[in-house]
Design a protein around this ligand. Structure first.
Ligand SMILES: [Fe+2]
Ligand SMILES: [Fe+2]
Length: 164
């Protein structure tokens, strides 16, 4: 990797996010399948649709980048988070406790995305690409919304999880 300018750092961050989103698109259906709570299931399903739109938004930005493109590199951070999430969804035992664990995994994913999009948005803005900054901000807002929704669900589901 060579980082010569803020522009190359932005490109590197966008590639990381692109890979992260694609991995999330594959992982979410498995999480949804193993969720026993209806409210959590529909929140995750809704976020899957939003995630697919976020991939399209990144595609749109990549289409406008002349000297760089999706390089196919894998986001190892997201790979690790999703591997940990996989262990939770495979866990046997109390379904409500597993649901609480699924929320914990999903919130880690959202927080990773919030950090990534926040940086990318700021770089785009500093580079004078207000159009990209706006699109990245929109995704950032969606990730924050998803995180808040998970917080709300956790207030109920954590209590339903077996206390002992
Ligand atoms: Fe996302
Ligand atoms: Fe997300």
């Amino acid at each position: 990797m060579k980082l010569e300018s803020l522009r190359s750092l932005l490109l590197e961050q966008l590639q990381d996010l692109y890979s992260a989103e694609q991995q999330i698109t594959k992982a979410l259906p498995k999480m949804i399948e193993r969720t026993s709570d209806g409210g959590l299931k529909s929140a995750l399903s809704e976020h899957l649709d939003i995630t697919r739109e976020q991939v399209r938004r990144l595609d749109h930005i990549f289409d406008e980048i002349r000297d760089g493109d999706r390089d196919g590199s894998k986001c190892k951070g997201m790979e690790g988070l999703l591997k940990e999430g996989e262990e939770i969804i495979k866990a046997k035992g109390d379904p409500e406790t597993r649901d609480a664990g699924i929320i914990a995994s999903a919130q880690r994913v959202e927080h990773y995305e919030i950090a990534g999009y926040g940086c990318a948005r700021t770089y785009a803005s500093l580079l004078g690409r207000r159009d990209w900054a706006q699109q990245l901000q929109q995704t950032l807002d969606e990730e924050k919304e998803a995180d808040q929704k998970l917080n709300q669900l956790a207030e109920r589901i954590n209590v339903e999880a077996k206390a002992a």
